[in-house]
Design a protein around this ligand. Structure first.
Ligand SMILES: Cc1cc2nc3c(=O)[nH]c(=O)nc-3n(C[C@H](O)[C@H](O)[C@H](O)COP(=O)(O)O)c2cc1C
Length: 300
């Protein structure tokens, strides 16, 4: 039995990675998780220059998950390359760098710069609901999504994963647009826009007013979207949204994901990624699957 998966030519030892923004660049979690056991680590989003993020409060707990409006606070590509990439390179895992920007040029600058770095894949976040410019603006318009995919692909030396937003009427239209633009992989879902009101303070729980909802409550929506995208495009899919157990991850794979990302669940169980790797292995043994690829999208 083999847990390895091949995602756009990059061989991961198993199909489990971390969802961007929920695992830092691995350093905070390396006390709880043997990073060598992950298929890949996906880093928090990085831009061409440092971003301060949004005013606080920026997170709130809600039924079945959480909301955040961090606003992609990040140290900028220079510090990231100096500090985070060498840290991750000490481990035997693939490195996926999540890239954010406010304009096409911002994204391309970061992607070009990463061409000289020892990283394995790039994940382009065109789906963050918490920044006013860029981000979601590209992720809600198929023409803009296709155009930014094309632009990024011109500069990219590593395979490009386009990360889709669930805040659209038809997710398949967005998946087809990035496929037409030359994406190598799609990942989904990013967070769903929500709102929480603090009735005692009589104001929004999050200073940004709205925030991105994640966690177990969004899982069925994510499974539905992964399934729809799997029927619509030929690209490999990295599925995420509310995965908190091996069962959730397996569901996503059977719906059509070639690999899975684990996000919010890391906050209440920092060792959850290891449990998911072990649980997928046990399921494969029990069900007689020889490879993860044999499980992908078998539920039609
Ligand atoms: C606190 C927080 C920060 C996040 N930051 C990013 C980010 O920088 N880039 C990105 O593409 N997605 C970001 N996301 C979205 C997650 O990567 C993921 O798509 C989403 O949370 C759904 O998965 P989950 O329910 O397992 O958390 C963030 C999510 C959370 C909760």
């Amino acid at each position: 039995m083999n847990m390895a998966v091949n995602i756009a030519g990059v061989e991961w030892k198993n199909p489990v990675t971390t969802a961007s923004g929920t695992f830092g660049s691995g350093e905070e979690f390396s006390e709880f998780v043997d990073l060598n056991r992950l298929g890949a680590v996906t880093t928090k989003g990085v831009a061409n220059v440092p971003w301060p993020g949004n005013p606080t409060p920026r997170v709130a707990e809600v039924y079945g998950g959480m909301m955040n409006a961090i606003g992609l606070q990040n140290p900028g590509i220079d510090l990231f390359c100096k500090r985070d990439i060498p840290f991750l390179r000490k481990y035997d895992t693939k490195i996926i760098v999540n890239v954010c920007g406010k304009s096409e040029q911002d994204y391309c600058e970061v992607v070009e710069r990463l061409g000289d770095e020892d990283v394995d894949m790039l994940e382009i976040n065109i789906s963050c609901p918490n920044v006013k410019e860029g981000g979601i603006a590209f992720g809600q318009n198929p023409k803009a999504a296709e155009s930014i995919t094309k632009a990024v692909k011109k500069y990219a030396k590593q395979p490009v994963i386009m990360k889709l937003s669930p805040n659209v009427t038809d997710i398949t239209e967005m998946a087809r647009a990035v496929e037409a633009g030359g994406a190598d992989v799609v990942s989904l879902i990013n967070t769903l826009t929500g709102m929480k009101i603090d009735i005692n303070r009589k104001t929004f729980a999050i200073a940004n007013k709205t925030g991105g909802m994640s966690g177990p409550a969004v899982h069925p929506i994510a499974v539905r979207m992964v399934y729809q995208v799997a029927q619509a495009v030929k690209l490999p899919i990295i599925g995420m949204g509310g995965i908190a157990s091996a069962e959730d991850a397996i569901e996503m794979i059977l719906a059509g994901a070639s690999a899975v990302s684990v996000g919010t669940a890391n906050f209440h169980n920092p060792a959850v990624t290891m449990e998911i790797v072990d649980g997928i292995e046990k399921y494969m043994q029990a069900q007689g699957f020889d490879s993860v690829a044999d499980m992908v999208g078998i539920v039609k």
